[in-house]
Design a binder for this molecule. Structure first.
Ligand code: HEM
Length: 561
């Protein structure tokens, strides 16, 4: 049955150590080896046809042109493909002068990786809606069309798998810790998600955290005013992503632990700072663990540092959870009703205490860079398009009286506010590449059958920048999401929170945080660009981040509460 057909894709990169298929199985901008050639893949049915012919009627592979365009001629140049699977298909790209807030403390790392989704776009343009790429011995099938993506994702089974997260699992296995929602698979994952989803995923349940988030937003505003007043002009805030990182970490910690951890204090508590440093160290050292051969773990310090930083992350969570346990026991003894997410998890009786430790650590990690970077991009664009910002401000003024702050009940009445976040996530899908492995069954797309365990890489950046669905895709136009405006787009063309039962569990919390914070900032300030006119672009580093600090001016609005 199995036959070989040429499938377009970049040439074979060299092997760099024993990149595990998992956390970041493949990500370094690699040098093209001698003898770049068309990549072969086993396909069944429709034998001998290039896959792109079957899908879109494109012509035969333009092998030479492909190499020229990708700067991948024999023996020189480097192909920095985005299309390799990461934690969720993410790619870290460290080494630029500025860094993602969570990585900033770790200092520069000697790797420079892919710039934004440009290479995804390039590959999609050259190869069509679906193409193959390889890294070491890993073969990826890249999906760059929402039509094909829909065909693929509609075939998901009950237990979808993103990628095998081997590196994270290694830590849990070494330390005998349970897996969380990212690392767990199959039936056990399903059971975990059923518990975690409750009290997080339904909009009506997420809204219960509005007061907690409002409290953290108030502290963000205090910090923002403080930083601004300390600038020479009295209005400039440098590196807003850093401030928003502290906001997002405080917000998600407050929701998860029902405890404030002091990220927005002028002096961050030492315990919290150690925890923040450990997140950075974990990401940094996992990069070494991905690219360096296994034997080097015994002779170089990165592996121990990787494990140690995870231990600190878990220990931080464990301390807060244990503290809460004691508090809860007291409350239950006094016959008091318990509320809050952690209380719910602990009281549900459906997770062991160990499972709660494992899940909370992974929820915490997922909920910080994602929201803070999205908010930073939204502010960056609003500062550059004062017309859009004014429309948003007028909407806000019409809905929220000047004597109070915006609340969760106002959000449904503010379509422009929601459109700004949607458009931000379209232009900067914070997870630019996701992945799926269908381990339960073979997959049919068009005329082709992919054997089970094929790694599909979902090129979300390319899809949400496709002009077929989003005219002038590089322009920030929130109005395209407003009813009666803009052209219809394919439902799978921009899915920043993923799809189906494995989609983001924190979506509603993230949206609530972003909407409330943005509304409060715009209510209080007119946001203007850095007067030095610094142009910022995106780079893929685990999540899509700014390539340099975003500095913005915050001009107080008269009469703001
Ligand atoms: C702008 C904010 C966010 C974006 C764009 C985002 C995006 C995503 C995406 C694309 C996925 C993969 C979905 C899939 O494979 O189909 C995901 C998974 C996940 N997200 Fe988020 N996320 C955000 C915020 C959050 C927050 C605040 C939390 C924590 C409360 C969170 C927790 C998670 C977890 C635990 C998973 C793994 C779910 C699983 O594998 O079952 N995310 N997110």
């Amino acid at each position: 049955m199995g036959t070989r057909a040429s499938l377009l894709g970049p040439p074979q990169p060299p092997r760099v150590g024993s990149a595990p298929q998992g956390l970041w199985p493949a990500w370094v901008g690699w040098k093209a080896p001698l003898g770049c050639g068309p990549v072969q893949i086993h396909l069944q049915r429709g034998a001998q046809l290039p896959l792109r012919d079957a899908l879109g009627g494109h012509g035969a592979p333009r092998q030479r042109g492909r190499h020229d365009i990708l700067g991948c001629s024999q023996g020189e140049g480097s192909c920095a493909h985005d299309s390799r699977a990461m934690p969720w298909g993410w790619q870290p790209a460290l080494g630029a002068a500025q860094s993602c807030p969570s990585l900033a403390l770790a200092g520069p790392v000697p790797f420079t990786l892919s710039r934004s989704g440009a290479s995804q776009l390039m590959s999609r343009r050259i190869y069509g809606p679906i193409w193959k790429s390889t890294f070491g011995h890993y073969e990826n099938i890249n999906i760059g069309s929402p039509v094909v993506l829909e065909q693929l994702l509609r075939q998901e089974g009950k237990y979808p798998m993103r990628s095998d997260m081997a590196l994270w699992k290694e830590h849990r296995d070494t330390r005998h810790l349970p897996y969380g929602p990212f690392t767990e698979e199959g039936e056990r994952w399903y059971r975990l998600r059923q518990v975690l989803n409750k009290r997080l995923l339904k909009p009506s349940e997420a809204v219960l955290y509005a007061d907690a988030i409002g409290e953290v937003v108030s502290d963000l505003m205090v910090r923002l005013r403080d930083e601004r007043s300390r600038s020479p002009s009295g209005v400039l805030v440098g590196d807003v992503a850093n401030l928003l990182y502290r906001f997002a970490l405080e917000g998600i910690s407050y929701i998860l632990f029902e405890t404030r951890i002091g990220c927005l204090k002028q002096q961050v508590p030492a315990e919290t700072q150690r925890f923040i440093d450990s997140i950075n160290l974990m990401f940094k050292n996992s990069i070494f663990a991905t690219v360096l051969p296994r034997w080097s773990r015994k002779v170089l310090p990165f592996w121990d540092r990787y494990l140690d930083s995870w231990d600190t992350i878990f220990a931080f969570g464990k301390t807060l959870i244990d503290r809460k346990m004691v508090e809860l026991e007291g409350q239950v003894e006094r016959g008091k009703e318990v509320s809050g997410y952690l209380s719910y998890l602990l009281a549900s009786g459906r997770l062991s205490l160990d499972e709660v430790y494992g899940s909370v650590a992974e929820l915490l990690l997922a909920g910080v860079d994602t929201t803070s970077n999205t908010l930073s991009w939204a502010l960056y664009h609003l500062s550059r398009d004062l017309g859009i910002q004014e429309t948003l401000y007028q909407e806000l003024k019409a809905v929220v009286p000047a004597n109070r702050f915006p609340g969760a009940e106002d959000i449904p009445k503010m379509p422009m506010l929601r459109a700004v976040i949607k458009e931000t996530l379209r232009v900067y899908p914070v997870v630019p590449t996701n992945a799926r492995v269908f381990y339960e069954k073979d997959i049919v797309i068009g005329d082709y059958l992919f054997p089970k365990n094929t790694l599909f890489v979902l090129a979300h950046y390319a899809m949400s920048h496709d002009e077929t669905y989003f005219p002038e895709p590089e322009r920030f136009l929130p109005q395209r999401w407003l009813r009666g405006h803009g052209s219809p787009h394919h439902p799978f063309s921009s899915i920043p929170f993923g799809y189906g039962v494995r989609a983001c569990v924190g979506r509603r919390i993230a949206e609530l945080e972003m909407h409330l914070a943005l509304a409060r900032i715009i209510q209080a300030f007119e946001v203007r660009p850095d007067p030095r006119g610094v142009e910022v672009t995106s780079v893929s580093r685990i999540v899509l981040v700014a390539d340099k600090p975003i500095n913005l001016e915050f001009i107080a609005r008269p009469g703001a509460p």
